[in-house]
Write a protein that binds this ligand. Structure first.
Ligand code: ADP
Length: 449
């Protein structure tokens, strides 16, 4: 087992990893940027090292500074959290070459699955349904138009190396496709350092269903159920739940088996997520596999009782999976709201600044994963997630009722946050009925987000 882990991240996920490490008697090293000197992860870790300036490129993405910090602190593992370097194969390779365990799958697996086209190709070869579209990067506009004629509009242009819901464009006709293609390629190069884009059929009114995978280094692989992440804004998740109202035990077995097959075929280890879109007819398609812990992992923890971060650390240390597929039981219902420092009434524009008053909800069935406190200055440099509010009940309705009262208790002043929007969603009969599709929020907000 590890004796000391460096956490190459910040915010709530850094705290989450520190918590797991403390309970496992592993020492922790925080890294921080100059803007995060007063952050809670710095205070709660056993040691903390400043790795650079406020901008992510200067600090949380600064591989030489992070690796030096790891060597100075003499750690034997690095936990990357999510975002930042968590899916950076080069970083995983450097950790390995410095004899520091990267807590995640191998660099080779990250590289393979980080390329959406390569991942789709692999899934097709092993019989997992994929969305029709180009099987190689689009070369030029004629190439894109040819594919569009084969799969018919609407279609979506995506960056092969994309993530975080960015760099995608939906097109309904040739004119739009031709104009969006160049923009997407330029954006892909700027955001992901790779201009490769591809097109695929745009599914109308799908649900986003993903399976949580656990795999040890020896290849034992199971899934611990699904999460439904259909409530999104601009292709980014806002509310997640487990289980999914759209998945019965038969479908769970079918999708779960394929998710395990997907992970095995990629030589997967530790924790990861296989993402699918489920269409109106009940057909489902692989979209991508994320090679890290996800923001929404707590809903799975709440219904399975499994601590995913501890399992991730154990498996990265070479321990065998302690459970079999049949041991996994989902009990009750859990829902998570992402509380972001954003103004939903103004296009979700960021709303950083000082928190002067904070009251976090509590009581039965409530979990809050956060890092903010009264007096904290939310910096403008990083993602806007302030807190994850997770509730649990015996049924979906119970979990919703707990969420409604927890949302009422939650006060973060004076920042604009997504709390009022969550209150609106949880009061909506359509949400209660669970008949949701990825365009739900657009409809709720009257297309005027
Ligand atoms: P990212 O890696 O940027 O998160 P994903 O491929 O995981 O991108 O897709 C994110 C979201 O975008 C999906 O949950 C879904 O809402 C939407 N999306 C992606 N591909 C399609 C598609 N072919 N049809 C309809 N919606 C899609």
């Amino acid at each position: 087992m590890f004796s000391k882990i460096l956490i190459a991240n910040r915010g709530e996920i850094a705290l989450r990893v520190i918590r797991a490490c403390k309970e496992m008697a592993i020492r922790t090293v925080a890294i921080y940027s100059e803007a995060d000197r007063n952050s809670l992860h710095v205070r709660l870790a056993d040691e903390a090292i400043c790795v650079g300036g406020p901008k992510a490129e200067q600090s949380y993405l600064n591989i030489p500074a992070i690796v030096s910090a790891a060597e100075i602190a003499d750690v034997d593992g690095i936990h990357p959290g999510y975002g930042f370097l968590s899916q950076n194969a080069h970083f995983a390779e450097i950790c390995e070459s410095c004899n520091i365990t990267f807590i995640g799958p191998s660099a080779q697996t990250i590289r393979l699955l980080g390329d959406k086209l390569a991942a789709k190709d692999l899934m097709r070869k092993i019989g997992i349904p994929i969305i029709p579209g180009s099987m190689a990067a689009v070369k030029n506009k004629d190439d894109a138009l040819k594919t569009a004629r084969r799969i018919h509009y609407p279609i979506i242009i995506k960056a092969a190396a994309g993530g975080g819901g960015r760099g995608m464009r939906v097109c309904h006709n040739d004119v739009r496709l031709v104009s969006a293609l160049t923009t997407c390629q330029v954006e892909a190069e700027a955001n992901f350092g790779n201009s490769d884009v591809f097109v695929e059929k745009y599914l109308e009114e799908p649900r986003h269903i993903e399976f949580q995978i656990l795999a040890d280094r020896a290849g034992h692989t199971i899934h611990v159920g699904e999460r439904d992440c259909t409530i999104q804004r601009r292709h980014q998740k806002l509310i997640e739940e487990a289980p999914s109202p759209a998945v019965d035990s038969k479908l769970r077995r079918k999708m779960g088996d394929l998710a395990v097959r997907a992970a095995k075929s990629a030589g997967y280890s530790t924790v990861g997520t296989v993402e699918f879109l489920l269409d109106r007819t009940g057909a489902f398609y692989f979209i991508e596999m994320n090679t890290r812990i996800q923001v929404e992992h707590p809903v799975t923890e709440m219904v399975t009782g499994i601590d995913l971060i501890k399992e991730q650390i154990r498996m990265a240390a070479g321990e065998s999976l302690s459970m079999k597929q049949d041991d996994v039981v989902m009990e009750g219902w859990a829902i998570e709201c992402r509380v972001n420092a954003e103004d939903p009434s103004n296009g979700f524009s960021p709303s950083p600044g000082r928190i002067t008053f904070l009251h976090q909800p509590g009581g039965p069935g409530v979990r809050v994963d956060s890092y903010v406190f009264a007096g904290y200055d939310v910096p403008p440099y990083y993602d806007s997630l302030l807190a994850k509010l997770i509730t649990k009940g015996d049924t979906r309705q119970d979990a919703i009722r707990v969420m409604q009262r927890a949302l009422d208790e939650f006060i973060i002043e004076p920042l604009r946050t997504t709390l009022p929007l969550h209150r609106q969603i949880f009061a909506d009969p359509t949400f209660w009925r669970g008949q949701l599709t990825t365009d739900y929020l657009e409809r709720l907000l009257g297309n005027g987000e």
